[in-house]
Every structure is written in structure tokens, then in C-alpha cells.
Design a protein around this ligand. Sequence first.
Ligand code: ADP
Ligand code: MG
Length: 238
Amino acid sequence: MSGVNIQGLSIKFGHNEVIKGLDLQVHEGEFLVLLGPSGCGKSTLLHSIAGLIDVSGGSIHIGGTDMTDAEPSERGIGMVFQSYALYPTMTVEKNMSFGLRVAGTPKAEIQRRVDKAAAMLQLTPLLDRKPAQLSGGQRQRVAIGRALVREAGVFLFDEPLSNLDAKLRAELRRELKLLHQNLGSTMVYVTHDQVEAMTLASRIVVMKSGVIQQIGTPAEVYERPANLFVAGFLGAPA
Ligand code: ADP
Ligand code: MG
């Protein structure tokens, strides 16, 4: 298990500073939700934690180690993105184990992890199927399973449910919550959906234009919004 400590983080695309001197402490084992309107920098922040983009300034520590310039594979994280690009020719089992096979994980260990993740995500009966033979919700479970088998201390989710219909979203929300309770890992979860934020988060970070507006429990940000933007965004009376 591990937390994430972000200090003075700046990310620029050309002259456009998208993350502006951001400080954020993600506590070990918490479910932190990043909430904010489209374009406010949620994905950029997540990608920087994952090591997928270079930072322009500041630092990112994961589990107490400075990972600001570390390769993605060195960071001890699992990621789930909105577009769950599964390998169409591979079975569910192969899709889930692919990253571990590339990393040279021993076969028996791969088997143990895939079986465990499949059981958690109700994928055990589907392990021999190909993605085309799965529903949208099942495919997204495989994408989550692919991250879980890394047994990482930190999981990053970027709007993982936004392509699903309302009923499936509600179902997977409940599963994600259970998963977090079972694993005890640190979760950083991006969404622009308030219901997801309210039901999943131990704490919510509300962002606007690359700047944190408020950090608090769902009850705190909803009942005592720090400013008009937060109040308006959550639809609460100002
Ligand atoms: P969100 O995930 O909150 O919708 P993003 O982090 O995707 O927001 O984007 C934040 C801002 O950064 C947007 O203005 C977007 O256009 C810009 N941006 C994101 N990625 C890039 C990139 N690779 N190159 C240039 N600009 C980018
Ligand atoms: Mg985004």
C-alpha cells in the first residue's frame, strides 16, 4: 500500500499551463475522487501520476519515493481508462495476463493473480471468451481486471464507467466500492459525474482550470462548498 504526494506540480502544453502549482496528498488506502468540468485538467493530473507525460515543475512521490521522472512501469500503479482497448484476438484470460507475461512474471503467479481478479470481478466463467463475445459492462470489468492483476498499491481510474449505460454504471460503482474495501489499495478516480463522486469517494477534490478549489469528504464539499464554483458545480444552493 502507498500514498501519493504531489507538490508544486505544473504541467504545460506549449505556453498553456494546464496544472498550476498543484499540491495534493493522497492518503494511503483512500478512495480519492477528482471531480471537475471537462477540460479542467483531471486526466492530465492522472497521466502525470502514471508517468505518461512529463511534468514542467514540482514533484510526485509514490509510497515515499520520488517518482517524478520514473518510467510508468517503475511506479507501482495500475491504470484503468475510459476507452477499454482490449486485444480483440485474445481471450479474457490472455487480456488480463498480458502485462504480467510481458513483465516476465512466473506462470503460476500469473495464474494465481488472474484467478483472484476474475473471482472478484465475476469473470471466472468468461475467461475463455473473446472481447467480441462480451457485453460492455463485462468488457469494462476485464479492463479493471487487467489493472488489478498488477496488485499495485495505487490504482488510477480515468472515467472508467462513462461509456456505460446508467444501470451498468450503478452496478459497477457498487463493485468498485467493494473492490476497494477488499483490496485496501489507494484509489485515485477521475469523473465528472457527481453521483459517482458522492458514492465512491472518501474525499473529493474539486478542480477548475488546473487549480484545486476544495478538498473534503462528500458531505463537506456538498454541505459547505468553499466557493460559488463548487456550489454551482455540485448543484447545491450557494
Ligand atoms: P479533463 O480530463 O479534466 O477533461 P484534460 O486534462 O484532458 O481535462 O485537459 C486539460 C486541458 O489540457 C485542456 O484544455 C486540453 O485541451 C489540454 N490538453 C490535454 N492534453 C493535451 C495535449 N497532449 N496537448 C495539448 N493540450 C492538451
Ligand atoms: Mg479527461
